[in-house]
Design a protein. Structure first.
Length: 119
């Protein structure tokens, strides 16, 4: 299982850290991807962190978003800085054996957490 937490209302320019708590498997064995879906839009890949800790990001989010993990606690984090209204979306975490940007490649998904960026 995967569960994403931490979505709240935040002002533009603010920061927020989301958490994805996993159970039933270890982060040593899987890639975890973050995705988001804005109202009326397709779900898009944000970035991923591999079993070995290597991170990958959507180009438009590099420099603002950072993914990290704590294998011992089975938690993956998404740190988001300089948030914009366009970042408003439901954010999801998902599992895959290898890191890919294709959402269809991920087999288990957590419930999403809503991030709203607004003044």
């Amino acid at each position: 299982q995967l569960q994403a937490f931490g979505g709240v209302l935040v002002q533009p320019g603010g920061s927020l850290r989301l958490s994805c708590v996993v159970s039933g498997f270890t982060l040593d064995d899987y890639c975890i991807g973050w995705f988001r879906q804005a109202p009326g839009k397709e779900r898009e890949w944000v970035g991923s962190i591999g079993a070995e800790g290597v991170t990958y990001y959507r180009s438009s989010m590099m420099g603002r978003f950072t993914i990290s993990k704590n294998n011992a606690d089975n938690i993956v984090y998404l740190q988001m800085n300089s948030l914009k209204p366009d970042d408003t979306a439901v954010y999801y975490c998902a599992r895959n054996e290898q890191c890919r940007s294709d959402r269809m490649a991920y087999d288990y998904w957590g419930q999403g957490t809503l991030v709203t960026v607004s003044s």
